[in-house]
Design a protein. Sequence first.
Length: 186
Amino acid sequence: MKRRLILLGLSTAALASHRAFAGLTDTFNSEYYTIATAAMSNKIADVKVFLTKGVNPDFQDSGGRTALSYAAAQGYPDIAKLLLDAGASPDVKDKSGNTSLHWAADGGHLDVLKMLLAARATVDAQNRQGLTPLMLAADRGRVNIVRALLDAGADPRKQDFTGRDALGWSASQPAVKRLLLDAAKK
């Protein structure tokens, strides 16, 4: 059993914590079902059970992803609110250095993004490539997300590790480009 878990990227400590939750409900059928997978599947009732049983809302899966990062990526505002109310940090980074704000910006989920900003997420957090949520939104042409990030104080001049800023990332997005040029003049 231990060897199988190591192959799947789970530690014995993770196994022990998940065994404690085996059998909570019929949907909790194995030690592999975590608060992160419940959030990813939009199962708010299961997320509530995990939290009620004392699971850390910032539990990270083998990729470093948290339940909040999955809720942000998928655009699940009810789960995001539940996790934030339970004390989840919007600034936990996964193995690629992405925060929940990166995931919300990339996915275009304005409602979740605003919740994360209200929870004091670091607006200019950089991932392992130096990308900020603003750069991801600019690249995707997400005008409303770019506007919200700029209103929250995102720096349009901040550069990734190759020297490219949000304007450089918006090259094929004329509406975002105009928005960033206006912001840079201020």
